[in-house]
Design a binder for this molecule. Structure first.
Ligand code: ZN
Length: 76
């Protein structure tokens, strides 16, 4: 577990926003299932895979109860 620092430079990836075509940085600490937001247009994506990096546009919450949406309100 002590060998991770050799690879730090490789750990930031970029994915292209499907809406505005800006690049979205995928930080090394993000995990599969995390929410990623495009800085340019505010589109929310779910990180569905890290190797390779894959993003899926987050659907509006009305169609599923699978996500713990109310956890996000703790930021207030
Ligand atoms: Zn965008």
């Amino acid at each position: 577990m002590g060998r991770a620092n050799k690879h730090q430079a490789d750990n930031n990836r970029f994915e292209k926003c499907e809406i505005c075509l800006e690049y979205i940085p995928i930080m090394y600490y993000l995990a599969k299932g995390d929410l990623v937001v495009c800085y340019e247009c505010g589109t929310e994506y779910i990180l569905t895979s890290k190797k390779p990096v894959k993003l899926s546009i987050a659907e509006k919450r009305y169609d599923t109860d699978d996500y713990f949406g109310d956890v996000m309100f703790e930021n207030h």
